[in-house]
Design a binder for this molecule. Structure first.
Ligand code: NDP
Length: 252
């Protein structure tokens, strides 16, 4: 094996939540690595449009919580690029507050986006991957799948992320003999819109930083390199893993 194992030439990736943040950084790096990329979100951003105007990129709009959308995203990828080798289940939302105040509507939004939708997108992606003889799925989980965050309360989010880690483990077991690797990436606090409110709050930001042994937040690009490893042939013997990339947050 050579360094070329980290490249994605000839491969096609579907990246949900690809219009900003971690998904956009993944799309950028995967393209540099040679992949064709289908990005998806509810709408484009100027940053994603800059990418999707380039050859080898495309965008499909869709709300992943709509039950019809996951299959449509997979089909759009096949229609545009003729194959699907890599799925990055990245779209996600966060919400917090006391457990006893977390009503059904908010619970459904978290679970539908962070758990049910990735399940459905992966379910739609598996048949074309099997027909092609293999593929790689990267589910974006979180350190919140392992620990209680502090100081904010967010039990629904943490439950959804723990479930995604477990979905990853069991899918990996199920498809290991059929050429499809399934792994997860568990980021710590990363500078994106999802975390910007907390990072702008001096008190919360201090707790987050003090809880991170490296003493800083991560950048989306640092998640993209991890996702590239998991998606590429460099990780050819890696399946069922959750790669924690958190500056040491869950070490203590
Ligand atoms: P952002 O808020 O920047 O990005 C979230 C992405 O998900 C956007 O592209 C958004 O697009 C998309 N999305 C949300 N809801 C839907 C929906 N219903 N349908 C389609 N797309 C949707 O946050 P991040 O980049 O940080 O988040 C990416 C992933 O990383 C998430 O799964 C998150 O849980 C995870 N993560 C993030 C951490 C952090 O500190 N930032 C820490 C740990 C995990 P749009 O809203 O335009 O549709």
């Amino acid at each position: 094996m050579s360094l070329d194992a980290f490249r994605l030439d000839g491969k096609t990736a579907l990246i949900t939540g690809g219009n900003r943040g971690i998904g956009l950084a993944i799309a950028r790096l995967f393209g540099e690595a040679g992949a064709q990329c289908m990005l998806s979100a509810r709408s484009e951003t100027p940053q994603s449009r800059e990418l999707t105007n380039r050859d080898g990129y495309a965008f499909t709009e869709g709300d992943v919580t709509d039950p019809a959308v996951p299959e449509r995203l997979v089909q759009a990828t096949l229609d545009r690029f003729g194959r699907l080798d890599i799925l990055v289940n990245n779209a996600g939302v966060a919400d917090g507050g006391d457990f006893h105040d977390f009503d059904d509507k908010r619970l459904a939004r978290i679970m539908d986006t962070n758990l049910i939708a990735p399940f459905r997108v992966a379910r739609a992606a598996i048949p074309p991957m099997l027909a092609q003889g293999g593929g790689a799925i990267v589910n974006i989980g979180s350190i919140s799948g392992y620990v209680a965050n502090k100081p904010q309360l967010q039990v629904a989010y943490n439950s959804s992320k723990a479930a995604i880690h477990q979905m990853t483990t069991v899918m990996a077991f199920e498809y290991a003999g059929r050429g499809i690797r399934v792994n997860a990436l568990a980021p710590g606090y990363i500078r994106t819109r999802m975390a910007e409110g907390g990072m702008a709050d001096d008190a919360m930001s201090k707790v987050w930083r003090d809880s991170t042994p490296m003493g800083r937040f991560g950048e989306p690009e640092e998640m993209a390199t991890c996702a590239l490893f998991l998606a590429s042939d460099a990780a050819s013997f890696v399946t069922g893993a959750t790669l924690v990339a958190d500056g040491g947050y869950i070490t203590h």
